[in-house]
Design a protein around this ligand. Structure first.
Ligand code: DER
Length: 224
């Protein structure tokens, strides 16, 4: 599909920013999967990298592709993280979590010296919020947390997968919350993060260095 072509272009362009000897944060999602396939080729050609995966699905694919991985407990710094996003606004703030990996993604992405986001053009928006905001919450008392989120103006939906409650790699639930247009992502993130049952939100504010956009059969690069 058109967006696959765009995702592939963006993903493969991002690999050009990976230098020999780097520790690289490996994001999650279908755009990142295109990046991983290209990175696997470069590793076969001799590129020396160590990857830190942000989800079990990324870990599996990276292993399949022969990309050397480092244990998360041993990680002390990350040179470059490459990740996808569901929406990117004009200040390069992100709405992420569509794939359910937002907690490990944010741990890696915010710790990294550099963060490159790879998207197809459809995800570049003027304001975040057309896509519901994923919020990872503790399963205990999840309906009480849901009530707190409603008080902040959100309309939460418990994420399901094949009619079962979706459980993240960290054993938590995810509420996909409609807040309408999000004009101040920092403020909304802070308010949500204060709620006891909230583990993390999909608002990645002021941490992106570069966005590589695949659109109209070319790649555009945006800098913060
Ligand atoms: O969950 C996430 O934040 C992922 O990055 C994901 O939403 C990006 O999705 P895609 O690359 O499959 O479109």
């Amino acid at each position: 599909s058109g967006s696959d072509t765009n995702k592939k272009m963006a993903g493969e362009e991002a690999v050009n920013y990976i230098e020999d000897g780097m520790i690289v944060g490996l994001g999650s999602g279908s755009t990142v999967n295109f990046m991983l396939k290209k990175l696997g080729e470069r590793v076969k050609e001799g590129l020396k990298v160590k990857g830190i995966p942000t989800s079990i699905k990324t870990e599996r694919l990276a292993r399949e592709l022969g990309i050397p991985l480092i244990e998360s407990v041993n990680i002390e710094r990350i040179d470059l993280a490459i990740d996808g996003a569901d929406e990117v606004d004009n200040d390069l703030h992100l709405l992420k979590g569509g794939g359910g990996s937002l907690v490990r993604e944010k741990i890696v992405d915010e710790a990294s010296d550099k963060l490159i986001i790879i998207i197809d053009g459809l995800k570049k928006v003027s304001h975040l919020g057309a896509f519901s905001l994923p919020i990872e919450i503790v399963p205990f008392g999840w309906k009480l947390t849901e009530i707190q989120i409603k008080k902040l103006g959100g309309i939460p939906t418990l994420r399901k997968k094949n009619d079962e409650i979706f459980v993240s790699d960290n054993g938590n639930f995810i509420l996909d919350c409609d807040f309408g247009q999000i004009t101040d992502p920092q403020q909304l993130h802070y308010k949500l993060k204060l709620l006891t049952g909230v583990v993390e939100t999909g608002l990645f504010v002021s941490i992106t260095d570069k966005v590589i956009i695949g659109r109209n059969s070319r790649v555009d690069v945006l800098h913060r």
